[in-house]
Design a protein around this ligand. Structure first.
Ligand code: TXA
Ligand code: MG
Length: 329
């Protein structure tokens, strides 16, 4: 059931559902999340069931402010404090050592916890209402509100199309950022970028005063992160990345058979039959529309999605990452 997330009555209803162990989908500035009381193992089990996600994959815990992070984190290293100060509320998740008695199921049993303070007004109102509910809910465990392995939802309609009709969905319109938060692991000494988002690597490094490492640079086992699985964020159609010229050449070869092909490109592309969407020249705007474009192509029943590879510049890192994963399946 979709309700207007800007109405206080909707927020109150959602907080009641969450405080009694239920699930609610809500908008964040990145994508829609599927939330449950992070302090209730039973409520969190409902998320894994609804998503069809393995229960050892850790979820992000959403908090109303930086202070609330202390409830879940055993300690907050100075670099993490600097990142919170610079980017919270906002599209940045920090992996921190977990208080052993907090959010065990949400963290997938790991000794760490992913924490994020979202900037969306509906998410913020919901988190505040939850903190004031009886019994109080101090953090919302919430993965993206899609079935496991699928494209994240950026509208309430996307959520409703993919999850149960009975699920309460707070509608906050299309999410302004469009791809998931950047994830920085602060538990391994130097900061490690586990998942790029829309905050540039440079901005994150400037704020924390250290170079961001790649997961591959770190010795030992990488932490499990489903968002870091190769074939994640995948639509039904097969996605291929090409430069503009190869894309045109491939379309020319297909000719009239290009009817099952969809194209998402910045370069002007000529075809009479393929479905075309123009990719914006701007990375921010592309991130905002990317998942909806992939969903639209799927809904149109195309078999192939040919995407012009984005520029290899820093501001496109998050979009490149999601497209590469979509193409890996
Ligand atoms: O923008 C976002 O981050 C959205 C919105 C709803 O906040 N959430 C999201 O959640 O993308 P999800 O579950 O789809 O992706 C969370 C990622 C996963 O790759 C998960 O493995 C990783 O965060 N993660 C969470 N806790 C972790 C931990 N303790 N250690 C390592 N990775 C963790
Ligand atoms: Mg996800």
């Amino acid at each position: 059931m979709i309700v207007d997330g800007s109405l206080p009555a909707s927020i109150a209803q959602a907080a009641r559902v969450l405080a009694t162990g239920g699930l609610v989908a809500f908008p964040t500035e990145t994508v829609y999340g599927l939330g449950a009381d992070a302090g209730s193992d039973a409520a969190v089990a409902g998320i894994f069931a609804a998503k069809g996600r393995p229960s050892d994959h850790p979820l992000i815990v959403h908090v109303p402010d930086a202070q609330s992070a202390e409830r879940f984190a055993a300690s907050i290293p100075p670099l993490a404090r600097r990142l919170m100060q610079a980017f919270w509320p906002g599209p940045l998740t920090l992996i921190l050592p977990r208080r052993p008695d907090m959010a065990g199921a949400a963290a997938g049993g790991q000794s760490t916890v992913g924490l994020r303070c979202p900037a969306h007004p509906v998410a913020h109102a919901l988190l505040l209402a939850c903190a004031g509910a009886t019994p109080p809910v101090h953090g919302l465990a919430a993965p993206s509100a899609n079935r496991f392995g699928r494209v994240s939802p950026t509208t309430a309609a996307h959520v409703a199309a993919e999850l149960s009709q009975d699920l309460l969905v707070l509608d906050g319109g299309a999410t302004p950022v469009g791809i998931e938060s950047a994830i920085v692991d602060c538990t391994r000494g130097p900061p490690v970028l586990l998942r790029p988002g829309t905050l540039s690597r440079e901005a994150i490094e400037q704020a924390c005063g250290e170079r961001l490492r790649l997961p591959e640079e770190m010795a030992g086992d990488a932490p499990r992160a489903s968002g870091t699985l190769e074939s994640h964020y995948a639509p039904d159609a097969k996605v291929r990345l090409m430069d503009g010229r190869s894309l045109q050449a491939a379309l020319d070869v297909l000719g009239e058979d290009a009817g099952t092909v969809a194209v998402y490109a910045r370069a002007p592309v000529r075809t009479r039959v393929a479905r075309l969407r123009r990719m914006p020249d701007d990375a921010v705007e592309t991130a905002r529309q990317l998942f909806a474009v992939l969903r639209d192509f799927d809904a149109a029943g195309v078999k192939l999605i040919w995407v012009e590879a984005p520029p290899a510049t820093p501001e496109w890192e998050g979009v490149r990452d999601r497209l590469r994963r979509a193409a890996a399946s």
